[in-house]
Design a protein around this ligand. Sequence first.
Ligand code: F6R
Length: 241
Amino acid sequence: VNLVKVSKQEDFGKVAAYIVSSLVQTSPRAVLGLATGGTPVDLYKELINIFNQGVISFSKVKTFNLDEYVGLPADHPASYRAFMNKHLFDHIDIDMNNTHVPNGQAANPDQECSRYDAMLSESVIDLQVLGIGHNGHIGFNEPADQLMPGTHVVDLLPETREANARYFQSVDEVPAQAITMGVGTIMKSRQILLMVRGADKAEIIHRALTGPITTLCPASLLQLHPNVTVLMDGEAGRLFG
Ligand code: F6R
């Protein structure tokens, strides 16, 4: 695991965008795995800046998002489809048909998981962007005795609904379930960029990278991946000296 600590907050998104845009520049048909949440917002902002400078094009890029809530309409402001359109896709030249987010409104969510996996099986993710939950989740693969390799429906843990309540009127409005890519798919991506920001993530990222490899901390599986970069700000990286 390649640890990168950035001391200046304004550099966090820039360093991440450098990694993603270098790939898109050398591989215009790159397949990107994308995350939502607070952590990658600055990455997407900087990618839009780089796109506006005319340095890269996303016209041939394909994207697969990690997850989506079950039951939220796609145009609900807290849906991950709406998040991606707002923070990235609406501002670049990507073909919307090449952007994939699980459909949280599918009548049959299990069928939707199979459909998503079928699409994923036709490509390999070149670069997967990840954040980490306070409980060590990646995507919405929550700590458990067993983890699923492929896309599946997951019951969100109370702490995850609590952490994401900030995007809703109240915690009761946060959907109880999500569709998430499995850890098998995440681990098959060629390269992983795990972004971690803030003092509240210092302990979990330290445990994930230096503690035992266990399904009780899904991010610990990343210790087994051959090409992971962990980008941390000073606060998140505080326990790494
Ligand atoms: C988001 C996702 C989650 C988040 C994690 C951290 O698509 O899959 O694993 O990356 O919950 O979220 P933030 O960045 O909001 O702290």
